[in-house]
Write a protein that binds this ligand. Sequence first.
Ligand code: PEP
Ligand code: MN
Length: 339
Amino acid sequence: MIIVMKGPATESDIQSVIDKIRHAGLTEHVSRGTERTIIGAVGDERSLSPEMFELMPGVERAMRVLKDYRIVARDVHPANTVVHVRGLAIGGPELQIFAGPAAVESAVQMDAAAAIVKQTGARLLCGGAFKPRTSPYAFQGLGMEGLELLRDSARGQGLPMVTELLDVRQLEAFLEYDVDVIQIGARNMQNIGLLKEVGRINKPVILKRGLSATLNEWLTAAEYIAAGGNHNIIFCERGIRSFEPSYRNTLDISAIPVLKRETHLPVIVDPCHSGGKAWMAPALAKASLAAGADGLLLEVHPEPASALCDGDQALSPDEFQQLMTELSSLAAALGRPLA
Ligand code: PEP
Ligand code: MN
């Protein structure tokens, strides 16, 4: 922690800061400039907070030197972490495609979706059983029945299943159904109780970026999961709120290289929620892989026009097949096999 004193700070103000640092078990390093005195608190600064000093007389501001996240930081773990899901490697050289409808609607719909996912070479089947809708009157998902349908379709095709956990009370069922990857959605990125619970289990977690979350907040949210012992975390950029109404969210392409630099964990992108329109998804998907994403989470529906949730951003089977073909060429150019 660095504490910057005000110009007119007195010796007694400086001494009070030093006393507080020592009282916390750290030592001080005092640097007296011509206009300002700067005090460094040397030692484990986690027991300190800037507010402890900023309220003291003579203190201008205090700031941390260390980041809020450690386990997820590349500083402490330089090599890429590869998250394994039923034999698939996420975050390794191979690019992985997660795909499926926004919501599980019926056995017929899920079987058709699973067949498309399997045929096109995507490797993980997604489907929401518990949906976080903006309106309480919109389709909320089939709940437990949806979980069962997702499991049956996924297992039928030998695909791992991915679904969103909305509430800690659903976790037991998720474990019982052996959900392979648990998704924490944008609206729950800072649901601390939920993060702590998935931190205690040994299942890969996709942590989507909050609607207006900074990268620091996102990384720190992941640290909650990692701090519980679960290091199998996959970041998913899904677009953020901006002033531009032409698309549902603004895909933050810059977040990809920054995240890849800041963390050793895999980073994937959801281009469907970013653009909010199926026609935009291919361009955003390609841009994401080109920017260094380790994979994509794509919405595909056997019949988008009749989807109960997010139909306008779901790719049709033909569009999905076409995109997968285009992605293979891109993957080859990037030197990363499309698994
Ligand atoms: C979803 O993936 O269906 C979803 C609700 O996404 P997000 O949390 O990114 O809005
Ligand atoms: Mn959706």
